[in-house]
Design a protein around this ligand. Structure first.
Ligand SMILES: [Fe+2]
Ligand SMILES: [Fe+2]
Length: 313
């Protein structure tokens, strides 16, 4: 397959008021035209507001991918930017990667770039007590698989740290969160985007995404820990999950973390057919009516993190 000449990026992933070291393009009528020459700055009034419903897409030459990533990375290390600006840059640059994971036929590059993203998440979250609140606070709170994957990764890193994961294992957990729903690549879009609850047939199809996820990750020589997050994140400690109906001790410790992150994010995020729950209500539901499904130690960590987020807000 021919390699794409251009790579999509988001304008808000570029540090503001800084000379951009590569050409920027916009797509007009299917053609890529110059928007900004390398070395120019973007005028402040042209920065697309994050709140904008449909942020315009910008492009760089695909050959500039590494330069772009370095530029974003340097922005994250800069002391000229505050934590909110850095959170926005990190989130917006990651969203491009997550889009690639779900939309492009070739995901090899995005999968290997994801390692650096998780590294940046870990460094960012270590840098400031309010970092996680800032990263999550920027979520649009609409349930798009992209936003969701990113949030589950961030929550998994927070929960994972609280229950004792560190080093290489913590990074794998972050990747497990980012990739947990990657099997949805194979679920028809009309099921993913359905404006209402799924019928039995559609639900049966949707429940195949953990197997599809395992298949995809198997094709890309992924560590076992990460595969377990994709394959087991819908298992339940009570034994009534899917696809394998594993019981408590059989569920991989990382999948238990991703499971809590996944449910909490899904409950507190707006979907087209129902309103988001308040964090307190989501936690009450998970430890009340859904009691027994989740690892109690991870639930305690969730409660602690929620308190921290509340105080940081
Ligand atoms: Fe899932
Ligand atoms: Fe999910």
């Amino acid at each position: 397959m021919a390699l794409d000449k251009y790579m999509k990026i988001r304008l808000n992933s570029l540090p503001p008021a800084t000379a951009i070291p590569f050409d920027l393009f916009v797509s007009i009528g299917g053609r890529h035209v110059h928007y900004l020459r390398a070395g120019d700055k973007i005028a402040a009034q042209k920065i697309v507001k994050f709140e904008s419903k449909a942020p315009e897409s910008f492009y760089i030459l695909a050959a500039e991918r590494i330069n772009y990533q370095k530029f974003v990375h340097d922005g994250l290390l800069s002391d000229k930017l505050d934590i909110k600006q850095k959170a926005l840059i990190l989130r917006e640059s990651t969203m491009v990667l997550v889009e690639e994971l779900f939309e492009r036929p070739d995901i090899e590059t995005a999968m290997s770039d994801a390692r650096q993203v998780v590294e940046d998440f870990v460094a960012f979250m270590d840098s400031d007590a309010s970092a996680m609140a800032n990263l999550i606070g920027l979520s649009s709170h609409d349930f798009y698989t992209y936003n969701h994957s990113l949030d589950v990764s961030v929550y998994s890193l927070g929960l994972g740290t609280a229950v004792g994961f560190k080093g290489a294992e913590l990074r794998e957990l972050g990747l497990g969160g980012l990739f947990h729903d990657i099997g949805k690549r194979y679920i028809p879009l009309d099921i993913i985007c359905k404006n209402g609850p799924l019928d039995d047939l559609e639900w049966g199809e949707m429940q195949k995404h953990p197997q599809y996820g395992l298949m995809i990750l198997n094709e890309h020589q992924t560590p076992e820990n990460i595969k377990a997050c994709a394959f087991e994140h819908h298992e339940s400690m009570a034994g009534n999950g899917y696809p394998q109906q594993l019981t408590a001790a059989e569920i991989h410790p990382m999948a238990r973390v991703v499971s809590v992150a996944d449910t909490y994010d899904a409950l507190t995020t707006k979907r087209s057919y129902n309103d988001p729950m308040k964090p307190t209500d989501a936690i009450a539901l998970m430890s009340g009516k859904l009691n027994g499904r989740y690892d109690p130690e991870v639930m305690r960590a969730l409660l602690a993190i929620f308190e921290k987020l509340k105080n940081a807000a």
